[in-house]
Design a protein around this ligand. Structure first.
Ligand SMILES: Cc1cc2nc3c(=O)[nH]c(=O)nc-3n(C[C@H](O)[C@H](O)[C@H](O)COP(=O)(O)OP(=O)(O)OC[C@H]3O[C@@H](n4cnc5c(N)ncnc54)[C@H](O)[C@@H]3O)c2cc1C
Length: 357
């Protein structure tokens, strides 16, 4: 039996801490609860929004006029399959606690994703990644409720269409599937992945670190960048990186690189799929004049990370989105690059992401 609540404030359920109330709100502890909540929203003509840890979310000041379904499905089971260990995890489990459990079980594959806030169910949605790993590397099955057929569906890794910060769950089939469980295949006893520059530097004179040492290092590095939720740190009132790193084709990259060199600037760039180049959103934001600690009324840039827009305490959602657009417009006017925000926007009448031209 679902316990429906009304007029529930959403800001405390998000890391940015902005936005209004949910008209209706319900928690789902089981896949059957999900089914029941969906039936209720359909019967009453209410739009349904699925909330995980609220760490990638900007809620509008007006709130959400429909039903918010807070995913709380718990449970972690594991079984051996050859050299691999398969972990099946409820969508409502805390991501970082789960990663901690896999590291304690000496299973490799998620150690670099330590310290990321949010739930397990949120990870396939934007193919969460950091420090050289992304969940697409280890997810084997996603189990989700289909709002169209009303049935549970099973997705293989290939079905999920994973790419940089995307999957079918936030692109072609956005808002269709409610993830109830995710299965990850990890390698017991394998070495940790140390490919990312920050980690290589950290372990330069400490060869063969354990999985636990890598997890601790990642959390320590993240804390230094305001990317670990630490009580009392004002820089973590954010949605993490607010902008995705832009990916450009070879031709565009060559033109941009030449232009930057003519201005005496070195354009940081990294390989991306299909011969494309990934640029650094942080570098573009910084060079557009928005430095760490930049203040813009009630909002600003984290003092530790150029890509994190922070709520300085009393911000409204409207101030967050207006600052986001100021940054995007300035970057566009300087570099002709349209920065795309990473968080999801909830309850805005129109998309708050202004078109650049
Ligand atoms: C300090 C900080 C650091 C961060 N660092 C990183 C990082 O290093 N790498 C990275 O990739 N991200 C990072 N993020 C972003 C965020 O933590 C991830 O995107 C996370 O996976 C979001 O999960 P969530 O449960 O909080 O989702 P929410 O914010 O609650 O929701 C985000 C979207 O996912 C959908 N969703 C959530 N759960 C489900 C579900 N069970 N089924 C279907 N849809 C669902 C929601 O409907 C919404 O559209 C960071 C955020 C913060 C605040």
């Amino acid at each position: 039996m679902l316990s429906l609540r009304e007029q529930v404030p959403l800001a405390p359920l998000t890391t940015l801490s902005v936005g209004g109330r949910a008209r209706f709100f319900v928690e789902a502890d089981t896949p059957d609860d999900v089914r029941e909540a969906f039936a209720y929203s359909s019967a009453h003509g209410l739009p349904l929004f699925v909330l995980g840890g609220g760490s990638n979310l900007v809620v509008a000041d007006a709130g959400w006029p429909g039903l918010v379904l807070h995913l709380k499905i718990s449970g972690i089971s594991q079984r051996a399959e050859g050299s691999r260990v398969i972990f099946e995890v409820g969508a409502g489990e805390s991501w970082d606690s789960f990663v901690g459990a896999t590291v304690a079980a000496e299973c490799a594959g998620l150690e670099c994703l330590s310290g990321i806030p949010g739930t397990v169910g949120g990870t396939p949605v934007q193919n969460v990644g950091a420090y050289g790993q992304e969940v697409a590397d280890t997810i084997v099955v996603v189990t989700a409720f289909d709002r169209v057929s009303g049935e549970i569906r099973i997705f293989s890794n290939a079905d999920c269409g994973f790419a940089y910060r995307t999957s079918i769950f936030n692109t072609s089939d956005r808002d269709r599937f409610i993830v109830v469980q995710v299965a990850y295949a990890l390698e017991r006893g394998a070495s940790p992945k140390i490919e990312y520059a920050d980690l290589k530097r950290f372990f330069a004179d400490k060869p063969s670190p354990s999985l636990q040492a890598v997890r601790d290092a990642v959390r320590q590095i993240r804390q230094g960048k305001g990317m670990l939720l630490v009580e009392g740190d004002p820089d973590v009132r954010s949605a993490g990186s607010f902008f995705k790193n832009p990916i450009v084709g070879t031709q565009r990259f060559v033109e941009l690189d030449a232009e930057m060199q003519s201005r005496g600037l070195q354009l940081p760039n990294y390989p991306a799929d299909d011969g494309q180049r990934k640029l650094s959103a942080a570098w573009l934001v910084e060079k557009a004049g928005f430095h760490k600690g930049y203040v813009h009324g009630n909002v600003g840039i984290s003092s530790k990370h150029t890509l994190a827009i922070v709520n300085r305490g009393a911000a409204r959602a409207s101030e967050i989105v207006s600052f986001m657009n100021v940054i995007r417009e300035t970057v566009f006017s300087r570099f002709a690059i349209d920065l795309h925000p990473e968080p999801v926007f909830l309850g805005f009448e129109q998309t708050p992401v202004r078109a650049m031209r």
